[in-house]
Design a protein around this ligand. Structure first.
Ligand code: ZN
Length: 204
């Protein structure tokens, strides 16, 4: 366990997520990680799409890899503003870099893309010509993780574990599709089935 204590001042780091206390978040969530205004006036908006609770659970690499391929390909059917979709090295989530997609738009696109993943019959570019490790994929594991992430759609906007009413809600109000039962505001702490109990890498 980390020796870092809550509230202890630490030097500001260059990487945004290195300044995030990963013990205080409540995955799954979708969070604006960074904004950068370009000289021409456009704004880059980067999202932290967190699947599993940091340092408690993580996705196995074939799931991570296939979610990366599927999302990178399928999200571009919904938007031309996705610049990059990449996995976190800690295997707990992904970063999506966008050209000015604001949270309400991004959340809609993310949800639509993940529903596409559930319907996918293969992982795009999972071969030795188009990928650096074409054998390291699992459509089934990717769909299982995405299905669990989608099931918690109502709480994607709740990033921090405590004081839900006072935390930032970058994802906007969740929309519960008609006909589906409402997901309670309390997150079920159900680990992703293929996740292991202890992550062995730094949280990012
Ligand atoms: Zn690949």
């Amino acid at each position: 366990m980390s020796e870092l204590e809550p509230g202890v001042a630490k030097p500001r780091m260059n990487v945004e997520s290195f300044n995030l206390d990963h013990r205080l978040v409540s995955a799954p969530y979708v969070r604006v990680a960074d904004r950068k205004r370009l000289p021409g006036g456009d704004e880059l908006v980067k999202y932290d799409v967190r699947f599993t609770q940091p340092n408690q659970a993580h996705l196995e690499m074939p799931a991570v890899h296939s979610i990366e391929h599927l999302t990178a390909e399928l999200m571009r059917n919904h938007t031309d503003k996705l610049i990059d979709f990449s996995p976190m090295g800690c295997q707990t989530g992904f970063y999506a870099l966008t050209l000015g997609l604001e949270p309400p738009q991004f959340i809609q696109i993310l949800e639509a893309t993940f529903r596409d993943i559930l319907a996918a019959e293969q992982v795009p570019a999972a071969n030795e010509v188009q990928c650096g490790w074409g054998a390291n994929h699992s459509l089934e594991a990717a769909q299982q993780a995405v299905s669990q992430f989608l099931a918690q759609r109502a709480v994607w906007g709740q990033v921090m574990a405590q004081a839900a009413g006072e935390t930032e809600v970058p994802a906007g109000e969740p929309e519960v599709p008609a006909g589906e039962p409402e997901v309670p505001a309390v997150k079920a702490q159900v680990p992703v089935s293929e996740a292991q109990a202890v992550a062995t890498e730094p949280a990012n």
